[in-house]
Design a protein around this ligand. Structure first.
Ligand SMILES: C[S@@+](CC[C@H](N)C(=O)[O-])C[C@H]1O[C@@H](n2cnc3c(N)ncnc32)[C@H](O)[C@@H]1O
Length: 363
């Protein structure tokens, strides 16, 4: 499937040669990605104030139909007007925004931080991000990187989880333990069970627990911690290509009373988040519960955080670790979950360190 990338940049008062050069550069850099570039500026007459409304409306229509808004804000001292309007619209249209900021101070601006899905220093970084997050081969590569990362931290993972939680509990925030205590019962499925920290808690409330985990070193740590327990099954598998949970025809082999998805969804690009929600809906009994918790902000200890840190410190950029800076918004996910036939019945306060929600699968 070819992606359409709407390209926005400085236009007014920019010499024609510069515009043409920028267009060519963008086309060249995106050429390997099977993208269609939507470049409204290319065919548009300039300085036509009397047709301004028609021009702007036509551009916004094109933007609405695009998969990505790539906006180049890197021209120093330029007063961007059109691009800011377009960013606001892209946000409303739910078109992801990738902003190239160069050496300007845009990377420090609150609204750019809040609404850009990714802030890139250069066109090259932006294109690499598009490749990783929006193309199939990029996503596969990304999943491999993630896999390797979790393999490499498996032996430390439990300590990392504990340190984070203990730190928060001291500040009176062990909400996730309370959440499990309040809602978990019956048959349980945990997605991305990691080194088994939550799995252990879940076993206190159910004797039918299944944990699935992609990284075998992680799984080994969980087995070391939990040992053989009646009613507990830990499965080494990929949630997205899973034969244990789904039949060949895509139907769930079993429906669960309660599914736990802690610190998992934020690792995924958006399309996979949607796919994950769809699969989770299929696996939940009608009337069953889905418990989702994640990091409200990207932390440096996390996988995504490593990518972000490296990106900020560009001199030491290790290409392998550019991960999604796209910040995961648990609240936004809760807002859209009705599409998958869930109804949110409980959720964290806005100041929670680890935002969470509980959703019930409708009949
Ligand atoms: C951030 S860790 C969280 C682990 C655990 N939920 C916790 O909170 O301690 C995310 C886990 O998801 C696993 N994971 C990532 N992608 C997966 C996939 N497609 N299928 C199953 N597990 C996956 C990773 O290997 C990792 O162990």
């Amino acid at each position: 499937m070819s992606l359409s990338v709407y390209y926005g940049r400085a236009m007014d008062a920019v010499p024609d040669e510069e515009l043409i050069e920028a267009d060519q550069k963008c086309a060249r850099m995106l050429s390997g990605l099977a993208c269609k570039i939507v470049n409204p500026a290319a065919s548009r007459p300039r300085n036509v104030a009397h047709e301004a409304y028609e021009i702007a409306a036509r551009d916004l229509e094109l933007l609405k139909k695009s998969d990505i808004f790539l906006v180049d804000l890197s021209r120093p001292d330029y007063r961007y007007v059109g691009c800011v309007f377009e960013m606001a619209h892209a946000h409303i249209y739910k078109v992801p925004i990738i902003a190239i900021v160069g050496n300007t101070d845009f990377s420090e601006r609150i609204f750019i931080h809040a609404y850009a899905d990714f802030i890139a220093g250069t066109m090259r970084e932006a294109v690499e991000y598009i490749e990783r997050v929006y193309t199939e081969h990029g996503q596969e590569k990304q999943m491999r990187v993630m896999h390797e990362y979790f393999d490499s931290i498996a032996s430390r993972h439990r300590t990392i989880v504990q340190d984070n939680l203990v730190g928060n509990r001291l500040r009176g925030k062990d909400e996730l333990h309370q959440l499990i205590q309040k809602y978990v019962s019956g048959s349980i499925l945990e997605i991305g069970s990691g080194s088994g920290y939550w799995t252990e808690q879940l076993c206190n409330f159910s004797n039918d627990v299944v944990g699935i985990e992609l990284s075998s070193p992680m799984l080994k740590q969980a087995i070391k911690l939990l040992g053989e327990r009646e009613g507990l099954k830990l499965i080494h598998t990929n949630f997205f290509s899973d034969k244990h949970l789904f039949s060949k025809t895509g139907n769930a082999r079993k429906h669960y009373d309660c599914i736990i998805v802690f610190f998992f969804l934020s690792l995924l690009p958006r399309q996979l988040q949607q796919q994950a929600m769809h699969r989770l809906s299929k696996l939940t009994k009608s009337g069953g519960l889905l418990l989702v918790a994640d990091s409200g902000q990207v932390e440096h200890e996390t996988f995504a955080g490593i990518g972000r840190k490296k990106l900020q410190n560009r001199k030491n950029l290790n290409e392998e670790f550019i991960i999604y800076k796209e910040h995961f918004n648990t609240r936004a996910l809760a807002d859209t979950i009705s599409i998958e036939n869930f109804n949110v019945i409980d959720e964290s306060q806005s100041n929670s360190q680890y935002p969470w929600f509980v959703a019930r699968r409708l009949k």
